[in-house]
Design a protein around this ligand. Sequence first.
Ligand code: MLT
Length: 410
Amino acid sequence: MAKINENYLKLKAGYLFPEISKRVKLFTESNPGKKVIRLGIGDVTLPLPPSIVNAMKLASEEMGTSSGFKGYGPEQGYSFLIEEIIKNDYKPLGVSLSQDEIFVSDGSKCDTGNIQEIFSIDSKIAVTDPVYPVYVDTNVMAGRTGESTLDGRYSGLVYLPCTKENGFQPDFPKEKVDLIYLCYPNNPTGTTITKSRLKEWVEYAKKNNSIILYDAAYEAFISDPNVPRSIFEIEGAKEVAMEFRSFSKTAGFTGTRCAFIVIPKELNGITSNGDKVSINQLWNRRHTTKFNGVSYPIQKAAAACYSDSGKKEVRDNILYYMENAKIIREGISKNGYEVYGGVNAPYIWLKTPKSMTSWDFFDQLLNKIQVVGTPGSGFGPSGEGYFRLSAFGKREDVIEAVSKIGSLSF
Ligand code: MLT
């Protein structure tokens, strides 16, 4: 029999979101007809904006003509999309990029999960805790960790706790690390980072020869002009960071799939012989070998997000979700909950009442009021005692969930 990759056996349970779906399915099977409100996984609920649908339709029709048909496209993405990304997402921030510093893909989950492949198996990894589970699980699968320990950590990984005590701002690693995953606006806590703190991270990375893997998937939800939208707003960041962005939450592409990574040419890694290697070239090699590009209609749809009408429609959807976030934040804090996030991010992070564990609170909400959220402990040991609510639900569901949570007493 073929031997398996035993690193997979180290993974604690199922991936967090399928685990939640499993529990909800069990509940609905034994309680048929009961309406369940889902504010767990951060999945969008508004339909795709009309300009985007129209661009997708036109591109599909073009593909049905002999003059417009396209086979394989450039693996890195079509230049019509990359140009729009540079012009609209980075130029206004004073960040100049060349086309070959952008790699279009089918999602930030894949990108943040796959990126570790181009780094040495010996790399020391730091993650904030709580954290988007993909960063951790993919490093476990690759064999960069030992077994999980009793407190829910994997040995070999460096955890940087983010709790209310430190204002959800992680301390710098106490030991030297090679790769640092940072996500701002943060999933799951919904908190943000200041420019001055981000500058300190860039300085830290320079001093320690580390690379920052900066996940900015929720950048579009920032409304405070002082909150940085990109790590490249920080001088010198191009030498120590790459950035992940996505159309998923920004423009409702969770089911449509389009994202990109920015890997500046200045970013280098090193071989065991001490030779410098361009991370951009290494990723290009990996990307062109394992990926054949996002489909033409989807890239046309993504480019339509930057048209005048597309921008407005995308903006309106973001405002809708951020109004949901406000309703949740204000509604539940009125009921005595300690609430964080939800101002520049579509996630609300709350402290469970009476020091209940995250999964106990999940079960109470599901069984008593049929509201589904995400247990904080699913994002890491420092998430224990916290709970995440997503603002991506339908308005009427959000209002109903807030009122039901308010009716609960513990
Ligand atoms: C989340 O709920 O954390 C996200 O939707 C997961 C993802 O983007 O993969």
